[in-house]
Design a protein. Structure first.
Length: 331
């Protein structure tokens, strides 16, 4: 089950981008620009959000404005470029700059508290996580529809940020620690695999094929694929959820393992499914292989999916190369 389907069939996603301080927020709003730090989380976020997606800024428990992502750039030598100053974290003493950038088109002006019921999907994530501690949160389509009616249309263009001539790069990922050189080459981690799977399943035909092969009798066109979701039992890696719930909201949790999946992982997935109760018809365990496959498959409604990334991850690969090399095999 490969990726050879046009990305034009992909449904746009909506993200709330966490901002570290008021000064940085003001710069983001002034220039309609988002920036992510030079560590691995910044590279992951840069790969996760695509051109054509929608974003708002999250700061001080308030949601600011709505934008469309129109361009992505990773800039070499960004520690010397405006608008944001390098940021040093108190706990780790590590200093980060902002090479990973999104150029945005303003759509709506708004400042709304995250406590509004329309932001429940993200607010629940924040509450169960005990705070932000993430560069971004994916919201569902219901949230995007609500935000699209808040505030006023953005009519004033953002200010233009003047930059000297610069060179861009594509972040790469590797399993070989000797090749790691932040921010341009990062470790290949489970979050990168999760993002590749999310993008793969965001193409409607891919999701339809997978659900059909697993004998999960739901309409794929009615579902969206969301990133990490916090529950009282832990954090779901990916979540399939009805795009527009009416009367009930069917959910299918997905647990992702870069290596072997085992009975312990199936038990964790079962906890997620139990918390969702009757609205969860199945759960997916995705792994490179499975230990004691028969024991896992015997659990009610758990489906197994083997993944392969058909490229050498001991070398450095771009996210696009990893995504294109991904294959999912329903078992």
């Amino acid at each position: 089950m490969s990726n050879r389907i046009s990305s034009q069939n992909r449904n746009s996603s909506y993200f709330l981008i966490s901002v570290s301080n008021r000064e940085n927020l003001d710069l983001c709003l002034k220039y309609a620009l988002a920036g992510f730090p030079s560590g691995e989380s910044g590279a992951w976020t840069f790969c996760e959000i695509e051109e054509g997606d929608f974003v708002s800024f999250l700061y001080g428990a308030r949601v600011h404005n709505l934008y469309e992502v129109i361009q992505k750039e990773a800039i070499r030598g960004a520690e010397h470029l405006p608008p944001w100053r390098p940021l040093t974290f108190t706990e780790t003493k590590a200093t980060y700059f902002f090479p990973f950038r999104l150029r945005l088109r303003p759509l709506r002006r708004l400042v709304e508290p995250i406590a509004r019921s329309e932001f429940f999907y993200v607010a629940e994530n924040l509450l169960l996580r005990g705070g932000y501690r993430k560069t971004h949160f994916q919201a569902d389509q219901t949230t995007l529809q609500s935000v699209s009616e808040m505030g006023d249309l953005a009519t004033e263009p953002p200010e233009t940020l003047s930059l000297p001539e610069y060179v861009t790069f594509k972040p790469r990922f590797t399993q070989n620690r000797a090749l790691v050189k932040l921010p341009e080459v990062c470790r290949y981690r489970e979050t990168i695999l999760q993002s590749a799977i999310r993008r793969h399943l965001s193409l409607g035909e891919n999701l339809k094929t997978l659900l059909s092969a697993l004998d999960i009798k739901v309409s794929a066109s009615n579902f969206e694929v969301l990133g990490e979701k916090a529950l009282s039992q832990g954090h779901i890696d990916l979540l399939l959820k009805q795009r527009i719930p009416i009367g009930f909201s069917t959910k299918i949790p997905i647990e992702v393992k870069t290596k072997k999946g085992g009975v312990k992982d199936a038990l964790q997935l079962q906890h997620y499914m139990d918390e969702m109760r009757d609205e969860c018809p199945a759960g997916l365990l995705v792994a490179a292989d499975f230990a004691k496959q028969s024991d896992i498959a015997s659990r009610d409604q758990i489906r197994l999916v083997r993944y392969r990334v058909k490229t050498n991850l001991k070398l450095s690969r771009t996210f696009e190369e990893i995504y294109e090399a991904l294959e999912l095999e329903p078992l």
